[in-house]
Design a protein around this ligand. Sequence first.
Ligand SMILES: Cc1cc2nc3c(=O)[nH]c(=O)nc-3n(C[C@H](O)[C@H](O)[C@H](O)COP(=O)(O)O)c2cc1C
Length: 158
Amino acid sequence: MINNIDHLFKQISHGVYVIGVTNGEKANAFTAAWVMQVSFKPPLLAISINPEHYSYQLMQAGGVCSVNVLGQDQFNVAEHFGRSHQDKMAGFEWQKATTGAPILASSLAYFDCKISHYTDAGDHNIAICQVLAAATLNQGKPLLYHQTGDMDGGNQLY
Ligand SMILES: Cc1cc2nc3c(=O)[nH]c(=O)nc-3n(C[C@H](O)[C@H](O)[C@H](O)COP(=O)(O)O)c2cc1C
């Protein structure tokens, strides 16, 4: 038993990202904080994703994703993509990456990725993603996971 575990884990620094996924005509996006660089050559990112998410089905089937960095003023964007609902993509401007993954035009920067492989991690899967392209889209400072408080409902999930 660890007291205050959610607060303690939020002391480990993470940014907040919108992950864009697509499979053919279908596209979706979800908020993720458990994202990190894991290799220089090739450049790889690891994304920890709950396999129960609708986005996971699209990620698995499509084999690509975008990682979009949210800025300090995008708390509401993190909240929007952190919930499941219909027409989640509507009302936002999207660009299409070379892989076909949706890029959030208002984000600070994006990474266009091909999924390399998955590995199990408890109640999540780790998607290892090869970065094929990346660019800055807007200036600003990144939003941090600890600033989102209990937006992800993590307090109830341990
Ligand atoms: C701040 C925040 C961080 C989150 N981080 C992750 C994460 O790293 N991995 C994950 O699988 N879900 C994470 N989530 C939860 C998903 O965003 C959420 O379950 C979302 O509804 C999934 O989208 P979908 O159901 O449309 O696929 C996070 C949510 C929030 C609000």
